[in-house]
Design a protein around this ligand. Structure first.
Ligand SMILES: [Zn+2]
Length: 210
């Protein structure tokens, strides 16, 4: 592990380390003549992060990890998150467009469909939950612009597309895998499996009077 020399003690600050993804509280680092500009060492992985006011470099990836996602799709999703962290917002939006297209094809859309056709395919197949449909108009417009126009995407655009992609990944891959691998405890605790009652143990009379 790197040994940092002559570290200073700083006022504690919480942040998300972009190297290890941990939410940490650091009070070790290096000061400059300007207090708002300093470097903090992550207490978890020991890597340095530079702060200039609230601006953090390298910034943590936008969005969150999603489990049970096929490797190539997961890799592209994380590439989009990394692009946004590097403030490459147009690249992040383009990566999300490709990601959403690949998800649609993986779910049965014909290859060669346009990005918008793939979004419509996912919506028609109910892969987008009801409260996710508020994104559709936005995705149809801003998500489409990045490929056909020269307009540069903003941080909000990248954040929105990554949030939309994250929702799709959870809905299509993570939640089904969770239910399949371990049924919700609700069913196990409140509804134990019924065992057939042997004929001799059954009550002799029931509601029908037999
Ligand atoms: Zn770290």
């Amino acid at each position: 592990m790197t040994e940092w020399k002559n570290l200073s003690t700083l006022s504690p600050r919480k942040f998300t380390c972009s190297y290890c993804g941990s939410h940490v509280r650091s009070d070790r680092g290096y000061l400059t003549g300007t207090p708002s500009r300093h470097i903090r060492i992550c207490p978890n992985c020991n890597n340095p992060t530079y702060f200039e006011g609230d601006r953090q470099t390298p910034a943590p990836p936008l969005g969150n990890r999603v489990s049970n996602v096929p490797a190539e799709i997961d890799s592209l999703y994380n590439e989009a998150r990394a692009c946004a962290a590097a403030r490459a917002y147009t690249a992040a939006v383009l990566a999300c467009r490709k990601l959403i297209t690949i998800i649609a094809v993986e779910q049965g859309a014909l290859k060669g469909k346009s990005f918008l056709e793939c979004v419509e395919f996912l919506a028609d197949r109910n892969f987008i939950p009801p409260n996710g449909r508020i994104w559709l108009h936005y995705i149809r417009t801003r998500g489409s612009e990045a490929a056909h126009d020269l307009s540069l995407m903003t941080e909000d655009d990248a954040n929105n597309l990554i949030t939309f992609a994250e929702m799709l990944l959870r809905f299509i891959y993570e939640f089904p895998a969770r239910v399949t691998s371990s049924p919700p405890s609700f069913f196990a605790a409140d509804h134990p499996p019924r065992r057939p009652v042997p004929v001799g143990d059954r009550p002799h009379s029931d509601a029908t009077g037999h």
